[in-house]
Design a protein around this ligand. Structure first.
Ligand SMILES: [Zn+2]
Length: 240
C-alpha cells in the first residue's frame, strides 16, 4: 500500500483535482457559450428524445473518440508529451497513481472528450451515468490487479489493456490510447494486448519525483532549461 511517492499522489488526488475542475469549467464554459450561438436549439430536443441508456452509450462512444485523439496527440506531439510524461512516470500501477496527471494534460484531454458531448446536447442523466462509469473504470484500469475481462477485453478497457499502455517495453510504446473502448485502438491499428502482464512500467524521461517539481517540469523542458541533447544523454532514450 505504502509504495514509493504514494503521498505525492495523495496531493494529486485532493489538490490537483480542484485545479483541474476549475480550469475545465472555465474553458468548456467559454467554448460552450460560443458553440450555443451556432447550434440550433432543435438538435438538442432530437438528441434528448432518445432513451437514457442509448444516450449513455452514445456519450461513451463520442467521449472516448475525443479522449483517444487527444491522448494520441499527447504522445506524438513532442511538447505535449512533456506534460503527459508526468502521468507515465508511474512505475508501480495502482488506483492512487491514476490521479498523477499534469493539469494541462487533464484539462485539454477532458475538453477534447466532453466538448462534443455538451455541444450535441446529451441529457444530464446520460452524462452522469457516463461520468460515474468513467471514474470507476479509470481507477480499475490503473489498479494493481490482474483481473481478466475474458472476451469483454475487446469491448471494455481492462487493467490488462491499460497496464500495457504504461509498460516501459519498446513494443508497447504508443499503444492502447482509448480510455474505455479498446475497439477504437483495434480500428486505428494501435492495439497491443499480449496475454502476459508487463514487466516494467514508467518512462525513461527524467520526470522529477515531487508534485511541485512535476507541475514545473514540462514548462522547464519547453523553455529549454534542460536541453534535449542532455536529456537523451541522461536517459539513453527519449520517447517521441
Ligand atoms: Zn499515455
Amino acid at each position: 500500500m505504502l509504495r514509493k511517492h504514494w503521498l505525492n499522489d495523495v496531493i494529486y488526488l485532493f489538490f490537483n483535482g480542484i485545479l483541474i475542475k476549475l480550469g475545465f469549467v472555465a474553458l468548456v464554459g467559454a467554448m460552450m457559450f460560443a458553440i450555443r450561438l451556432v447550434i440550433p436549439e432543435g438538435m438538442f430536443a432530437v438528441v434528448q428524445a432518445q432513451p437514457i441508456w442509448l444516450q449513455a452509450i452514445e456519450v461513451t462512444l463520442v467521449a472516448d473518440i475525443g479522449f483517444y485523439l487527444a491522448h494520441r496527440a499527447f504522445h506524438s506531439v513532442p511538447f505535449l508529451w512533456k506534460f503527459h510524461s508526468v502521468h507515465h512516470s508511474i512505475e508501480e500501477m495502482d488506483w492512487l497513481a491514476a490521479h498523477r496527471v499534469h493539469p494541462v494534460d487533464q484539462i485539454a484531454t477532458m475538453t477534447a472528450s466532453m466538448l462534443p458531448v455538451y455541444a450535441l446536447g446529451f441529457s444530464g442523466s446520460a452524462i452522469a451515468i457516463y461520468a460515474f462509469i468513467y471514474q470507476a473504470q479509470s481507477l480499475l484500469i490503473h489498479s494493481n490487479t490482474r483481473i481478466r475481462f475474458g472476451p469483454l477485453k475487446w469491448v471494455l478497457a481492462s487493467p490488462q489493456f491499460h497496464h500495457w499502455h504504461h509498460a516501459n517495453e519498446r513494443q508497447a510504446y504508443d499503444k492502447n490510447f482509448a480510455g474505455q473502448l479498446p475497439f477504437i485502438d483495434a480500428l486505428a491499428g494501435t492495439l497491443y494486448m499480449p496475454e502476459r502482464m508487463p514487466r516494467v512500467y514508467g518512462t525513461d524521461d527524467p520526470v522529477p519525483p515531487l508534485y511541485h517539481q512535476q507541475l514545473a517540469y514540462p514548462l522547464k523542458q519547453i523553455a529549454g532549461r534542460v536541453p534535449a541533447a542532455e536529456v537523451s544523454a541522461q536517459t539513453g532514450d527519449s520517447r517521441p
